[in-house]
Design a binder for this molecule. Structure first.
Ligand SMILES: *Cc1c(COP(=O)(O)O)cnc(C)c1O
Length: 348
């Protein structure tokens, strides 16, 4: 399985879906006439203000092209090169960013922590910090959490509070990789502030691409000190958009009427339907709790091949193994039912 050129909606990734109508309409509206470049325009100001409204705080907001840049640049602003970043062993920051966090921080080491269902815990953080305090060890300085996690699970408010409290006591700052932040908010039914700055998160990378935007993620600094000269960091890294309005306007479309949360909630619902339908089938095993828009399943090799032959796309190498079935803002109930029907038929 390499590329999907069939146009059929499938379950490979939420970034395989197109652009949602709200983001598209905002892009089109932003396309009227001229606007100043590099973020000095009304769309960028409006998008940043909408984030401040949504999070009910005066955070600093930056827009970059993708999640790897958002995470790497945010983390590099939190650490010196002799520091280290603690994250889960399956974290995107570690496994899927080609060493970008280390590169952009000039060598800050990423240290890996174990943890059930893609989540890290306070005890592992404490151990990583306290096992060595000598000058030969890369001094831990930041904790990175992924919300929702790479395993499709979600940290609760209390879990984030506990981790952040531990981190703070140990002199660490807290970064959140929120490539699927919207899905986590939809699951928890909380306000965004409850699982970010109120719980002790210093910097959030808020993902747009997997939520229905064409290109772009927002970096939100709740801790103003860490945002110092972040604009220069973005520019040097090639992440300052010249035509910034096209990165920021889609966020206006997403945030103004709550499309970000509606789409995420829908994707989660589709995943829940998929999980419940597959759970009932003998021969298919659910691997992780389904708490966001991903379903991880173990299936026989012949079934996987049969599904691929019928044009269903999904990955089999993500996380700890098994098949990852990802729902998107545009997944329809009929997609789920057709997939489940094919699974049943192929299992005979
Ligand atoms: C997709 C994703 C990102 C962003 O990846 P890019 O391809 O660089 O945009 C970051 N973190 C997680 C957990 C992701 O799934």
């Amino acid at each position: 399985m390499k590329t999907n050129n069939s146009k059929k909606r499938s379950f490979a990734s939420d970034n395989n879906a197109g652009v949602c109508p709200e983001a598209w309409a905002a892009m089109e509206a932003a396309n009227a006439g001229h606007a100043t470049g590099y973020g000095d325009d009304a769309w960028t100001e409006r998008a940043a203000d909408l984030f401040r409204d949504l999070f009910e705080t005066d955070c600093e907001v930056f827009f970059v092209f993708n999640g790897t840049a958002a995470n790497s640049l945010a983390l590099s602003s939190m650490c010196q090169s002799y520091h280290s970043i603690l994250c889960h062993e399956w974290a995107h920051v570690e496994r899927d960013e080609c060493g970008a966090p280390e590169f952009f921080s000039n060598g800050t080491k990423v240290l890996l922590l174990p943890g059930e269902e893609g989540k890290i815990q306070s005890a592992a953080i404490r151990m990583a910090v306290q096992r060595r305090t000598d000058i030969h060890y890369p001094k831990p300085r930041a904790v990175s959490l992924t919300q929702a996690t790479e395993m499709g699970t979600v940290y609760t408010v209390e879990e984030i509070q506990t981790i952040a409290t531990t981190a703070r006591a140990l002199g660490l700052t807290v970064h959140m990789d929120g490539a699927r932040f919207a899905n986590a908010v939809a699951t928890l039914a909380v306000t965004p502030k409850e699982i970010t700055w109120q719980a002790g998160v210093d910097v959030l990378c808020f993902g747009g691409t997997k939520n229905g935007i064409a290109v772009g993620e927002a970096v939100l600094f709740f801790n103003h000190e860490l945002a110092r000269e972040f604009d220069f960091r973005c520019k040097q890294a090639g992440q300052l958009a010249s035509k910034m309005r096209y990165l920021s306007a889609p966020w206006v479309g997403m945030l103004e009427e709550g499309a970000w949360l509606r789409h995420a909630g829908h994707a989660n619902q589709m995943a829940t339907l998929l999980e419940q339908s597959l759970r009932a089938i003998i021969g298919v095993e659910i691997l992780h709790p389904c708490q966001a828009n991903a379903v991880f399943v173990q299936m026989p090799e012949t079934l996987i091949e049969g599904l691929h032959e019928r044009g269903w796309w999904f990955y089999t190498f993500i996380g700890s193994g098994g098949c990852r079935l990802m729902c998107s803002w545009d997944t329809e109930t009929n997609d789920v039912l057709a997939f489940v029907k094919d699974v049943e038929e192929l299992l005979g």
